[in-house]
Design a protein around this ligand. Structure first.
Ligand code: SAM
Length: 316
């Protein structure tokens, strides 16, 4: 393609982005993020590649500057939107279900909350914008080999988890990282939540966020999950925070809790397979086979009299 034709194509792309009025309305978050990505990859990067291979062309330089300005304008709308949503949360004027709907209304109509696909999506971008405006902390202590590094649960999975909880249940997130699960579950469903995190820098960040949002029913404990007292916990969430012996040790501790009261454990990621092997737990699915699915396990209430479990997890 000749340089004139490329220039024409890029100019038209930029003009149609500028003319798209939907992009300036804060509610259209997903549309705007898609447009920012388009400007980055199809306009700015494209011009950079052209300039790497030839002498910089003043027309391309000018249009690149204009694309940068539009991108900055759209990003500023997003920053204002995040600040507005943070204020809405702090004001406590919305019921959890209203907040849930408000957040989802910023995504395109086709947004599928039920998808068990891998990876993050625009809901994560929105939630990260609201919850992660400051620089993310670096870990400060060395993990044991079986402890898993921080990776956040995709937001659609947290929304799904919120829908599966009764409001009077106390949820523990074991290995809570930056605190998204306890914070979002409290916001979306009103549950009391507790995050247990081994890394002090993540713990401090999570406490700061909950304090900033004035969330009184969200508690964070900076401790190894093997050492925490779970007496008041009824629901536990694990996004594979640890593996092998550590996971087994924590599960044995939860099993002790289940002697006192029925408990539920929700899992995401590879740890689901180890839970499926616990004879005192029943999985709500017939078989655990997908690491990108949220699984629910229930304690077998009277498991001291428990006789046998089939490979499918059904009891006789
Ligand atoms: C995969 S991340 C999950 C983060 C968070 N639960 C989420 O879903 O967004 C695992 C987290 O567990 C923490 N962790 C690992 N071993 C731990 C332990 N023994 N006790 C408490 N936290 C631990 C890690 O520091 C990390 O933040």
């Amino acid at each position: 393609m000749s340089s004139d034709l490329i220039f024409l194509e890029i100019s038209q792309d930029l003009q149609s982005a500028k003319d798209d009025q939907r992009l300036y309305n804060p509610i259209n978050f997903e549309t705007r993020v898609r447009a920012i990505d388009f400007i980055d990859f199809h306009i700015i990067n494209r011009i950079d590649i052209i300039h790497q291979n030839s002498t910089p062309n003043p027309d391309f330089t000018r249009i690149r500057r204009s694309a940068e300005e539009l991108k900055e304008q759209l990003e500023a709308i997003n920053r204002a939107l995040f600040a507005h949503l943070r204020e809405t949360i702090k004001s406590k004027k919305l019921y959890p279900s209203e907040l849930n709907e408000l957040l989802i209304s910023h995504l395109d109509n086709a947004y599928n909350r039920e998808a068990d696909q891998p990876g993050y999506d625009y809901l994560d971008e929105l939630i990260n914008g609201i919850l992660c405006e400051s620089t993310l902390p670096e870990p400060t202590i060395v993990r044991e080999p079986e402890m898993v590094f921080y990776q956040q649960t995709p937001a659609r999975i947290i929304f799904k988890l919120a829908e599966m909880l009764q409001v009077d249940e106390v949820l523990y997130d074991l290995g809570s990282g930056l605190g998204h699960v306890p914070i979002l579950i409290n916001l979306l469903n009103g549950n009391k939540t507790v995050g247990v995190e081994f890394e002090p820098a993540y713990h401090r960040y999570a406490v700061g966020k909950a304090t900033q949002l004035k969330l009184n029913d969200v508690l964070f404990i900076n401790e190894d999950a093997r050492k925490v007292d779970y007496t008041n916990g009824t629901v536990f969430y694990l996004y594979t925070p640890f593996e092998g012996n550590i996971l087994q040790e924590v599960l044995d501790k939860l099993k002790q809790e289940s002697f006192q009261k029925p408990i539920r454990i929700f899992t995401y990621g590879p740890c689901s397979f180890q839970l499926a092997k616990q004879s005192w737990l029943i999985c709500s699915d017939t078989k655990v086979k997908d690491i990108y699915k949220l699984y629910e396990f229930r304690s077998y209430r009277d498991h001291r009299k428990f006789i046998e479990v089939t490979p499918k997890g059904r009891y006789f």
